[in-house]
Design a protein around this ligand. Structure first.
Ligand code: KG4
Ligand code: ZN
Length: 365
């Protein structure tokens, strides 16, 4: 079964062809980073216009790379929530037009839930499935699961009993982790793209990760929510000193030596990773007390590319006897393969949309 996935929720225009929900035949991502770089953030109107220009060439390229024509596609899956409304509308309109004109099922996919599917894509054989195994039901090897989505817009923990049966246990009450990374990079004067560059400086810049004792937010003793704004503010004060009366800070960032910058980056990364692992440990403990203890840890979103976090999640999963599904680098950030893959699971569960499917700025849960 071939599913064409379409993704346009933020600033990447993407399309992919995935076979049997697992085997990625193509995954094309047209990034708009160069368009938004000078504004230091995504400009929604520019993003929608770029999606309009790129969506059809990107879909054509995904089909060409997969070596299939539209006639061989069995269903169209589209990320229809959450995201920038103008951006989402372009992908949804394109997917609806294709589904209607081809007479194929249309599947609406939640982008945040699809990030949880990305680690499953990477974990399967590259070989095509034998015809008798085409019923793509791997639920028995994955669920119950704990899910962690850490991206530029979301930081959430889920309990999953199936691909369409998931419950959010906690979410950030202020900044998403990727957002905190990007802001920390700006504070440290680390160039764009902030998150990956800060990771590199922290991990291989020779800094001491214990040089600064940055706060690890715990919130209430049983809370599974995240908070990263305190960490970000502590970093700001460590770089610029205290705020002074009348505005501004005691010093500017130019006083920062390279050695101190590396210490700050490493200490920030240590605190950020500790906060994530702490909340995962709480979630794991809570779910172990239920009659469906988790067997798998599903992780996705841009920050799952973080080098230290990948190591720490590996250690956490081993200690807690969880099978870790961590996406390969290409599927950590926004892509359409995760949309097509999860779309195949939803199709199998009969969760097909019709042409009233709309773009929705918020997540389902
Ligand atoms: O999932 P994604 O592509 O977009 C959203 O749906 O938000 O995530 C992008 C975020 C950005 O904030 C980026 O800085 C962060 O992921 N990111 C990283 C790393 N790679 C990407 N943050 C920390 N370390 C990285 N290696
Ligand atoms: Zn995303």
């Amino acid at each position: 079964m071939l599913v064409l996935g379409v993704e346009s929720s933020c600033d990447e225009t993407a399309a992919a062809v995935v076979e049997d929900g697992r085997r990625v035949l193509s995954s094309v991502v047209a990034s708009q980073h160069d368009l938004h770089e000078e504004y230091a953030g995504v400009v929604p109107e520019l993003a929608s216009r770029a999606h309009v220009e790129r969506i059809l060439p990107v879909i054509r390229e995904a089909l060409a790379q997969a070596g299939v024509g539209l006639g061989s596609i069995d269903a169209i899956a589209v990320g229809h929530r959450p995201g920038l409304i103008g951006s989402l509308l372009i992908g949804v309109a394109a997917a609806k037009a294709l589904a209607w004109s081809l007479g194929k099922p249309l599947i609406g996919v939640d982008h945040v839930h699809a990030h949880l599917y990305a680690g499953v894509l990477g974990a399967w054989d590259e070989e095509p499935l034998a015809p008798q195994r085409r019923q793509i039901n791997h639920a028995d090897t994955i669920f119950p699961a704990i899910g962690l989505v850490i991206s530029g817009g979301h930081s959430s923990i889920y309990s999953l009993e199936g691909w369409s049966k998931l419950r959010r246990l906690g979410a950030t009450i202020d900044d998403a982790l990727g957002e905190a990374y990007d802001k920390a990079a700006a504070i440290l004067g680390v160039p764009y793209p902030g998150g990956p560059n800060l990771d590199r400086l922290a991990d291989s810049g020779g800094g001491d990760d214990r040089a600064f004792d940055f706060p690890v937010s715990r919130l209430a003793p049983d809370s599974l929510d995240f908070s990263f704004s305190g960490l970000k503010t502590s970093l700001l004060y460590a770089v610029r000193g205290q705020p002074i009366r009348g505005g501004g800070f005691e010093r500017d960032a130019s006083a920062l030596t390279e050695a101190r910058r590396a210490d700050l980056a490493a200490s920030f990364q240590r605190a950020a990773c500790r906060a994530v692992v702490l909340k995962l440990a709480r979630a794991c403990e809570r779910l172990r007390e239920t009659d469906a203890p988790p067997r798998t840890l599903l992780v996705g979103g841009g920050v799952s590319a973080n080098s230290r976090l990948r190591r720490e999640l590996g250690a956490f999963a081993r200690e807690n006897r969880l099978e870790l599904r961590l996406p390969p680098m290409a599927f950590c950030v926004d892509n359409a393969a995760m949309i097509a893959g999860l779309g195949a699971m939803l199709l199998q569960a009969g969760l097909v949309a019709d042409l009233t499917l709309s773009a929705v700025p918020t997540t389902a849960c």
